[in-house]
Design a protein around this ligand. Structure first.
Ligand code: TXA
Ligand code: MG
Length: 512
């Protein structure tokens, strides 16, 4: 009945692997704190964890050398740990557990770092698979424990880490900072998950981008059709391939928040707040454009849309290309977005120079687009980050004005967008359907009726909106490929990602 998705039907994290992150000096700036108020996250810690949690269950491991010395009590530590978990939760980061280890091994303290107790506990309590897991730390002992337990270690060259580097075991993975560690761990987990080494493909793709070519690549939302954002001629080919009207501006993709300065000319504090909370991830910001970005990218607008995707292949492609990448979704204009490499190949075939296969997109619906040009900020497209989440950070969003809807500043606003070739109607309108019509049903969780339909696609048997979003475009593509007379779609609950899916359905249902 339902074709299913290639994620083993697993929502995030995508694997059973874990990251055990050392706390002092790595996650938080200053070690051995005595109260939650002293807690200060180190540079890039938040964004790295947000990225890592797509693939890994997150654990924090902290040394508490002050417990045996009786400078701090267990109660104080528990309080700090609870504060740590809730501060991170405000940033959308879910920590499964904090393990703390009095440094000196003494009776009753099993959580010593010399004893990989916490690794084994994570295996037995949470079903963690250590083979693809990582310990990230800046003490050579962290790496030795990882190796002894049959898991991976990544050594960080913090100030402390530099001093002890020569004590490292041979063949240790060594990186300069936590963000590099996040990239490396995700890249390795991704390669293991897909049982292939993507490095060669990425090098080739980056070469194509640098030489003015066009590459289709995976992001967490949908596949993008990318070119060097500084190269107007390369970008022109995107419009040609997509058969996209030229008034339609593209999103520029970056691989680190710092690089936003290469795309936009102003960064108001409200933008920084959104970046801190949502990058990398399915949020696009519209800001005054940098003069380095050619007009063709922004379709002549004085603003540019920018986002940092959360997919390892996307980030690595941008990093290796060493330029921001302008990319719309990799579908023909107005058609349903691609969430697999196969969808891209079917629609764009040989027109692109290369299609990078990154598996099924794990958000499955395009990014939310917010313009920070106006006050209050305007919601231009509902998408992978819900309106509620954004409003929690920056307050009420405005809807696009009447004027903007007439001449859309975001084509996501065009009335018939995201459409399959097969006509689509809502379930509410089904009474008008003649008996002999071959219809397929796009259902949310349990289909209202199945007998009437040739085929039924269920978006999420458990009624999970996130799972429904992941499956949405794939299900639509499958129904569209069946040569049906009509697709009948159930409306989803109008909250969270359900709003974004209903929006796509509404636009797909507009008759051409
Ligand atoms: O998730 C996504 O956003 C995907 C992946 C590939 O990143 N990209 C995507 O691109 O959906 P596209 O081109 O299909 O949609 C981009 C949206 C459009 O609605 C476009 O009008 C809007 O962003 N946009 C781009 N630049 C803009 C600007 N300067 N002002 C207002 N809207 C803009
Ligand atoms: Mg699109």
């Amino acid at each position: 009945m339902n074709g299913g998705i290639s994620l083993n039907n697993k929502l995030l994290p995508l694997t059973n692997y874990a990251v055990f992150l050392d706390c002092d000096g790595i996650l938080i700036e200053k070690g051995n704190i005595n109260s939650p108020s002293e807690m200060q996250f180190s540079r890039d810690a938040i964004l790295s964890l947000r990225y890592l949690q797509n693939y890994f269950t997150l654990f924090i491991v902290t040394n508490q050398l002050n417990i045996p010395k009786e400078f701090i009590t267990h109660e104080q530590i528990e309080k700090i740990n609870r504060a740590l978990i809730s501060r991170l939760a405000e940033y959308g980061i879910h920590i499964r557990q904090v393990y703390y280890c009095p440094l000196e091994h003494s009776e009753g303290y099993k959580y010593t770092k010399a004893n990989p107790y916490f690794l084994n506990t994570a295996v037995s309590e949470y079903g963690i698979d250590l083979r693809g897991s990582f310990v990230i730390g800046d003490h050579p002992r962290d790496i030795r424990i990882a190796h002894n337990a049959g898991t991976n270690g990544i050594y960080l060259l913090t100030e402390y880490g530099r001093e002890r580097r020569d004590e490292l075991p041979l063949r240790s993975l060594v990186v300069n900072n936590i963000w590099k560690a996040g990239l490396l761990a995700s890249q390795i987990a991704f390669s293991q998950m897909h049982k292939r080494d993507v490095d060669v493909e990425l090098k080739q793709a980056a070469e194509i981008i640098r030489n003015g070519g066009v590459v289709a690549f995976p992001t967490e939302t949908v596949y993008g059709l990318g070119a060097n954002a500084y190269d107007g001629k390369a970008v022109a080919r995107i419009y040609e391939i997509k058969k996209r009207p030229s008034f339609d501006p593209l999103i520029v993709h970056i691989c680190h928040p710092d690089n936003i300065k290469f795309v936009v000319s102003e960064l108001p504090s409200i933008a920084s707040d959104l970046i801190d909370r949502f990058f990398p991830g399915p949020l696009t910001l519209v800001l005054p454009k940098s003069s380095d970005i050619p007009d063709i990218v922004t379709a002549g607008l004085s603003t540019a849309a920018v986002r940092m995707p959360a997919h390892p292949m996307a980030l690595e492609l941008i990093r290796m290309s060493d330029v921001p990448i302008a990319a719309p979704s990799a579908n023909l204009f107005g058609r349903a977005s691609p969430t697999t490499a196969e969808h891209v190949r079917k629609q764009l075939g040989n027109d692109v120079d290369m299609v990078l296969d990154g598996g099924h997109c794990f958000v499955g619906i395009e990014s939310t687009v917010v313009s920070l040009i106006s006050h209050p900020p305007t919601l231009l497209r509902v998408g992978g980050v819900s309106i509620e989440e954004i409003e929690k950070v920056i307050g009420k969003l405005a809807s696009p004005s009447e004027h903007e809807t007439m001449r859309p500043s975001a084509p996501g606003q065009l009335r018939h967008h995201y459409a399959p070739r097969t006509p689509l109607i809502f379930y509410d309108a089904i009474k008008d359907l003649p008996e002999n019509v071959r219809a397929g049903l796009l259902a949310f969780c349990s289909p209202k009726e199945s007998d009437r339909f040739e085929v039924v696609e269920v978006l999420s048997p458990n009624g999970d909106l996130r799972e429904a979003a992941v499956n949405f475009f794939s299900a639509l593509h499958r129904l569209d490929d069946m040569g049906l007379d009509i697709i009948v779609a159930e409306r989803l609950p109008n909250k969270g990602l359900g709003i974004a899916i209903n929006d796509r359905l509404m636009r797909a249902s507009q008759t051409r």
